[in-house]
Design a protein around this ligand. Structure first.
Ligand code: 6PG
Length: 253
């Protein structure tokens, strides 16, 4: 997979612990939401799966976020999902639904889960059409995307050794669980106004260094470089433990 090898201009913020990471993420989400709603009357947010973002998701259903987020003008999309039933603990949408969506006043028509009850290729085409409809044929520019990174350097369901898929949405297979998935592509991810990586834990330290300092092109997470939007990596001290530059407020490396 040919990806740009230098992870340019990310803002790296090292937070004191995992709960500060979640809180900072929730604050960034509210700030982006209020700005976008003020400027254009709506806010589009895309969520990743996995365990790291769950603390942030749960916070969004509690005060002060529950009543200060403009939920009635917010639209939720997914970065990726597994082709499993919604009630499966491995379902990214199902987990987010249980963690916070069922507890917030967001109109159901504003929640856009990926269609996982179809073959992955069909589901990917279906989701791309939904994005095309939502963005009225214009290129889908999401306001905020929360991303994670696997210990193998994957992000979304974009796995090492796989060719970067074309289009906006693709079918994939891999990860844990090793199942078929639907994923947004780099083409779509890199059009976003803002991308925020949430990374916590010692097991991520090596891959964080490889992506942020060694700019190792083998790791897909390094391919998320918004063309004009801003890129923030929120790390806890364990995830940042192998980084040479320890300036907790380093804006760009
Ligand atoms: C997925 C996720 C994935 C996730 C990383 C990190 O569906 O698998 O979207 O890309 O962000 O695997 O997951 P953890 O936060 O659980 O480490």
């Amino acid at each position: 997979m040919k990806i740009r090898s230098i992870v340019s201009r990310p803002q790296i913020r090292i937070l004191p612990d995992a709960s500060a990471l979640a809180e900072t993420g929730a604050d960034l989400c509210r700030q982006a939401a209020l700005t976008q709603v003020r400027e254009k009357g709506r806010f589009t947010l895309a969520l990743s799966g996995g365990q790291t973002p769950r603390a942030l998701h749960r916070l969004l259903a509690e005060e002060p976020y529950l009543s200060s987020m403009p939920w009635h003008k917010t639209h939720l999309f997914w970065v990726d999902d597994r082709m499993v039933p919604v009630d499966d603990p491995e379902s990214n949408y199902g987990t987010a639904k249980r963690d916070f969506i069922d507890k917030i006043p967001i109109p159901s028509s504003h929640v856009h889960p990926m269609p996982v009850d179809l073959p992955a290729q069909t589901g990917a085409k279906r989701y791309a059409s939904e994005l095309r409809r939502f963005f009225k044929g214009a290129s889908p520019i999401l306001d905020l995307i929360f991303m994670g990174i696997g210990t193998d350097g994957h992000t979304a369901s974009l796995f090492p050794g796989e060719a970067a898929p074309s289009g906006w949405v693709a079918a994939a297979k891999g990860g844990h669980p090793n199942v078929f998935r639907i994923t947004l592509t780099f083409n779509l991810l890199n059009q976003a106004h803002q991308v925020v990586f949430l990374v916590s834990g010692k097991d991520k330290a090596k891959v964080v260094k490889a992506v942020l300092e060694d700019a190792d092109p083998a790791f897909p997470a390094g391919g998320v470089q918004p063309t004009s939007g801003n890129l923030i990596w929120l790390l806890d001290p364990d995830a940042a433990s192998l980084l040479k530059r320890k300036d907790p407020h380093a804006a760009g490396q």
